[in-house]
Design a protein around this ligand. Structure first.
Ligand code: ADP
Length: 474
């Protein structure tokens, strides 16, 4: 039987037994493998109607979307799966591909390295090269010398300096980076705590930890406390962790260095560690400075979860940078790190002087949502606004969702204003109309994941603060 005849027979069988899940799964897989994408999509959807949570089918459907450049659709299909603890690593790699397609390299890197640290066999060199921005390595010619780099001492090149966490592919020899290059940039923050709505307890915690020791050093010295160290901000995506970090820098009059994964992770041996060191040095040269690490769980993951020594080495390097080589190395450098997945962060980071204080950045309640909307709308032409009314219909929206809502309303208003030839002020109705078109992102899923950790993996009491939140109805 030819390939196509085989496929035809499968199609016929599926037509006769439409509820036979294994058959439909097989057919969908074959259609995908042979590149009949429209048919594969229909078949995966039909199979998902029979078994809606099936990870393999979700992955198949997402794959179909990606092959048709439907990156947003692929992420929409994958997101519920990604929110389940221990989701299949293959889903993480596909998500990385979709995120890269959407231009979000940092999130792509996070997904990719998280997935490959759990299962080395899902690694994909071509994707990894695109994520890390490195040229795709070709196979070395037989007998060719290894590319330039410090000669390996004490063993093969794998025993040399480390590489990104979870890296599963054989590691490439080191290529020296120019000087102490860091791709992170120094910013001057234009926002302060006044620009952060709500979050009073979080702001207070940051004030005590970060601001008071620098503003009143004598008092702290009198009690034998040094400024420095860091804070781990955690909570659902979009709840305002980055915004808060930037505001802390503004409040302090400090420089702000915003470090994404793409600034650190590099597929060449040793370069990730060098990038990390260069980034700390950049902050040290610009003190007082807030050094902000987004998605820090990808750099500071639990060493016990890592299969490769390379990932563990990066974590060790991060710990020693936090500790500072000498006592005053990090004087005036305040490290803020953010994560949506604090349970993946190695416990060693919680020791005194490191990221010793986890601070929960919660989703905003109704009052905080109204305050966020007020801040987001304040520089626009406005009619009389009833932010409470909008806050009421935006349950489960986080700051990022509210920003999306305001952006959408403003775009519509701009269109109208352009046609009218005069600025037409934004109204409550505009926001209410936009609210109907924007769906809240991941808070509910995040709370579901957090609940699992709080209820089942909270021996140390580290997540006690989350208890009332995860017990609430979401
Ligand atoms: P996270 O880092 O937690 O993913 P962000 O800090 O990127 O979230 O938040 C996205 C956007 O939402 C911010 O740029 C900001 O405009 C808005 N935002 C979030 N929280 C607040 C807040 N409390 N007050 C004002 N704006 C906020």
């Amino acid at each position: 039987m030819s390939d196509d005849a085989g496929l035809q027979a499968l199609r016929e069988a599926a037509r006769l037994s439409p509820d036979n899940l294994p058959l439909r799964r097989l057919l969908a897989g074959q259609l995908l493998a042979k590149g009949y994408l429209a048919d594969a999509e229909a078949e995966f959807r039909a199979a998902l109607a029979l078994s809606p949570q099936d990870p393999e089918l979700i992955i198949g459907l997402a794959d179909v979307f990606i092959r048709q450049s439907g990156f947003g659709e692929a992420m929409a299909a994958l997101e519920p799966l990604l929110a389940t603890p221990g989701y299949p690593p293959a889903a993480g790699v596909l998500a990385a591909r979709a995120l890269l397609g959407e231009g979000d390299t940092a999130k792509a890197a996070y997904r990719y390295f998280e997935a490959t640290s759990r299962d080395a066999s899902v690694a994909d060199q071509e994707l990894e090269a695109r994520i890390t921005g490195a040229p795709r390595p070709g196979p070395p010619a037989a007998g060719a010398p290894t590319p330039a780099g410090p000669p390996a001492t004490g063993g093969p090149s794998h025993a040399g300096p480390p590489a990104p966490p979870g890296a599963a592919t054989p590691f490439l020899p080191s290529v020296p980076l120019p000087g102490d290059a860091s791709t992170a940039e120094v910013e001057r923050s234009g926002v302060s705590f006044a620009d952060v709505a709500g979050m009073e307890t979080v702001k207070e915690a940051l004030r005590i930890k970060l601001l008071l020791p620098t503003q009143q050093p004598e008092m702290f010295a009198a009690f034998g406390k040094r400024a420095g160290g860091g804070v781990l901000l955690y909570g659902p995506p979009g709840a305002g962790k980055t915004h808060l970090a930037r505001a802390a820098a503004g409040e302090l009059g400090a420089a702000f260095v915003n470090v994404g994964l793409a600034d650190i992770l590099d597929m060449y041996i040793g370069n990730s560690e060098r990038n990390l060191r260069a980034t700390f040095d950049l902050a040290r040269r610009n003190r007082p400075c807030v050094l902000f690490f987004d998605e820090v769980d990808a750099l500071a993951g639990r060493r016990s979860d890592m299969r490769s020594a390379h990932g563990r080495q990066l974590v060790n390097q991060f710990l020693s940078e936090l500790d500072g080589v000498d006592q005053n190395a990090n004087e005036g450098v305040l490290v803020l790190a953010a994560t949506n997945a604090p349970w993946y962060v190695d416990v060693a980071f919680r020791r005194p002087g490191r990221l010793d204080q986890p601070v929960f950045v919660p989703p905003p309640d109704q009052q905080a949502r109204a305050a966020i909307l007020r801040i987001l709308c304040r520089d626009k032409p406005l009619a009389e606004m009833d932010y409470d009314a909008v806050a009421q219909v935006t349950e489960h929206f986080v700051g990022a969702d509210l920003k999306g809502l305001v952006d959408r309303a403003v775009e519509a208003k701009l269109q109208q204003s352009l046609s009218a030839g005069r600025p037409i002020p934004l109204t409550t109705q505009d926001l209410l109309a936009a609210a109907k078109t924007v769906r809240p992102t991941a808070v509910r899923e995040w709370m579901g994941t957090a609940r699992n950790y709080v209820m089942h993996a909270n021996d140390s009491g580290a997540w006690d603060e989350l208890m009332p939140w995860v017990k609430a109805k979401w």
